[in-house]
Design a protein around this ligand. Structure first.
Ligand SMILES: Cc1ncc(COP(=O)(O)O)c(C=O)c1O
Length: 376
């Protein structure tokens, strides 16, 4: 019996060479030229400012895209899970930052095995306990990892909220074997809104980082690495003390970054078909929350339909999307393809076993979402 993932992969592989209008829908599509433009633009920015780019692979979970990010000059890759670290190490990444506390022996063991194989491993933690199992596992394997002390710069999710808290964690970590404190990190996920608001918020967030860096230096604790950033804040990184940037969504784009509405730079969309026009002022498409994700957007919509600003994907069920076409003079017909940029790229990709990679509207290859489901 073949797995559903393999079944999907084979089905998509059979579409290589087809024009997009001919592919079976619904299907997640990556535009390779747009992807490359997005990757190159941020890499150029990072290189220009002497910032090391550590792209977060949670967005695409695809080996080929991680390898491309590294080829363009990324210093390393970021992951959230130890299984993802294994996937990208197998793909050739020599340096990986796991930005997630690795609680529990199995995760610590998995990471230690990778480090013993030669992976240059960094892990961000916000407690001493969060690194104890890792330290023990590394010692068993004769391996080593760098640690970043995570700060809470405003998201209030994980991270030490004060300089003193961070110092205490760093001092405790310094006593553990086979790990070394190398700096600090934060995820400024609270910096959202219009461009001016994001700018204000990221500069405010930077104050805690600077104060912590200075305190680490005074206390003789290594703080050469300062990891931060997100997609909305990425082009402000040079105004902060962050020297390692972990943007993820920038690769594909979606509707979460107000600076980039996603349509021009959106490298990911779902190719869908109109399957019903039975209700007045509406067409129904063959994709819903199991294809797009149910992540919401402030405007209440469920995605942007490329090239149809007057059509609105107003509601989704699991397998159906309701498109309001009351204001669309050119109503789509039964069987027509539409292209929908989802609200949230990372959640969307995670629903798909494989993605169709297209160039110039023709399917060039199939990308496996190799990190899908490795949630431990
Ligand atoms: C810890 C961490 N770092 C970096 C990122 C990347 O953020 P973005 O996708 O906005 O670039 C995320 C996203 O959730 C994250 O959780």
């Amino acid at each position: 019996m073949i797995t559903s993932s393999e079944r999907t992969y084979r089905l998509l592989e059979a579409q290589v060479g087809l024009r997009l209008a001919e592919v079976e829908t619904p299907v997640a599509v990556i535009d390779l030229d747009r992807l490359d433009a997005n990757l190159e633009r941020l890499q150029t920015y990072a290189t220009t400012h002497g910032i090391a780019l550590w792209p977060h692979t949670k967005t695409h979970k695809a080996r080929e895209i991680g390898v491309r990010q590294l080829a363009l000059g990324a210093a390393g890759l970021t992951v959230a899970k130890s299984g993802e670290a294994a996937v990208f190490h197998e793909a050739g990444a020599e340096r990986i930052l796991m930005h997630y506390p690795p609680f529990g022996e199995p995760k610590a063991e998995r990471l230690a095995v990778l480090a013993a194989e030669g992976l240059e491993l960094t892990v961000a933690v916000d407690s001493v306990q969060g690194a104890e199992a890792l330290s023990r596992a590394l010692a068993r394997h004769g391996a080593h990892a760098a640690l970043l002390v995570e700060l809470d710069s405003g998201l209030h999710r994980t991270g030490q909220p004060t300089v003193n808290g961070a110092l205490a964690v760093a001092r405790g970590l310094s006593r553990l074997p086979n790990v070394t404190v190398a700096g600090i990190s934060t995820y400024p996920g609270h910096c959202r809104g219009d461009a001016a608001m994001v700018h204000r918020q990221i500069l405010a967030a930077d104050e805690l980082l600077r104060a912590t860096r200075d305190a680490f230096i005074d206390a003789d604790i290594d703080c050469r690495r300062i990891s931060g950033g997100s997609t909305p804040t990425r082009y402000h990184t040079h105004e902060t003390c962050v020297n390692e940037l972990r943007s993820g969504t920038y690769a594909l784009h979606d509707r979460n970054d107000p600076a980039d509405p996603g349509v021009e730079m959106g490298a990911l969309w779902i190719e869908v078909s109109v399957i019903s026009d039975a209700v007045a002022d509406q067409v129904v498409i063959d994709a819903g929350s199991k294809t797009f994700t149910s992540d919401s957007h402030d405007d209440g919509g469920n995605g942007v339909i490329i090239g149809r600003p007057d059509a609105r994907l107003r509601q989704i069920n699991e397998e159906h999307g309701y498109v309001d076409v009351s204001r669309d003079a050119d109503r789509p017909r039964l069987g027509d393809h539409l292209q929908v940029i989802p609200n949230h790229a990372c959640g969307c990709v995670n629903l798909h076993d494989a993605l169709l990679a297209v160039r110039g509207g023709v399917v060039e290859s199939v990308l496996r979402v190799a990190g899908r489901g490795v949630i431990r």
